[in-house]
Design a binder for this molecule. Structure first.
Ligand code: FE2
Ligand code: FE2
Length: 298
């Protein structure tokens, strides 16, 4: 990876999340991660678009890993007594509404940046959650996520070589993703109980995550200067150019992307819409009356 574990690590100063006292928060977090892992079904789409055999093999393996990660979170949620609930709208927007319309967008936005951000959140949970069985599961999964991020980085570097217009487009779209992350941060911040040892550090953690995202964009070669040197007019122009490029690249694709974001537009139901009612998911989780039970060892 272009960023090390150390660089991506945020110092929570030894603060811990308590599996019982913080169950409501852990349930919310797990449900966002669960949705993210279910979006692993999208890997099937990209397998069909793979530029070469090695990339296809990587994606076939990744699809299996993401579906295993769904089971990982189901096991963690069952142990912590958490219930399945819908993911936040901004998470759904980032993971599904922003689904790339080209290979370059997929590897840059979803794998290098998106999975990079999720990886950082996993590191944070590993460092703070005071529940060894859950942390052990996450420790094994992050090895795979690190490989997904690395693949995204290398493939993005290949894709933008000699294509400054693509570099600008990916930067514009990355700015939209970062805006989505800020929306999630604002949502969480509003709900932070005063005096919570971990949550009070969340704004600083998210700031750190954004700095890492910026650093990754620079190391990949998508960004050639610090973001602070890009004024708001330049940023707006990059976003407009990115979406204008999408428009020129195919009205159909843009309409599909926009339609994915609108809940009232009828669309084919996929597992990302139906997973909460799926027998596999329901079979893993404790019935509602057990939700108050103490966290269980596996
Ligand atoms: Fe995953
Ligand atoms: Fe992944």
């Amino acid at each position: 990876m272009l960023l090390t574990r150390e660089e991506m690590t945020f110092d929570f100063g030894g603060a811990k999340l308590d599996p019982t006292k913080d169950r409501e928060l852990l349930e919310w977090m797990c449900n966002q991660f669960l949705y993210g892992e279910v979006t692993g079904i999208q890997v099937g789409h990209w397998l069909y678009e793979a530029p070469d055999f090695d990339a296809a093999k990587f994606l076939a393996r990744q699809a299996l890993e993401e579906l295993q990660h769904v089971d990982n979170f189901l096991r963690i949620m069952a142990m912590l007594g958490c219930q399945p609930k819908p993911a936040h709208g901004a998470v759904r927007f980032l993971a599904t509404g922003m689904m790339g319309s080209s290979w370059a967008e997929h590897v840059a936005l979803e794998m290098a940046q998106g999975e990079g951000f999720v990886l950082q959140a996993f590191y944070a949970v590993i460092d703070t959650l005071d529940h060894k069985p859950s942390v052990d599961i996450l420790r094994r999964a992050v090895k795979q996520e690190e490989r997904h991020v690395e693949f995204g980085e290398t493939q993005t570097m290949k894709a933008i070589e000699g294509k400054p217009w693509l570099r600008r487009r990916l930067l514009g779209l990355s700015l939209v993703s970062m805006w989505g992350v800020k929306k999630i941060a604002a949502y969480i911040e509003k709900r932070v109980p005063p005096g919570h040892v971990v949550l009070e550090k969340l704004p600083a953690f998210l700031e750190h995550a954004n700095r890492c995202a910026e650093l990754r964009l620079q190391r990949i070669g998508v960004l050639d200067r610090p973001l602070s040197e890009l004024g708001s007019a330049k940023r707006a122009a990059l976003v407009a150019e990115a979406y204008g490029g999408k428009l020129l690249g195919g009205i159909g694709g843009l309409v599909v992307s926009l339609a994915r974001m609108l809940p009232f537009v009828p669309k084919k139901k996929r597992l990302t819409d139906t997973y909460l009612a799926d027998a596999h998911i329901r079979g893993y989780l404790p019935p509602p009356q057990d939700a108050e039970a103490q966290p269980q060892e596996p």
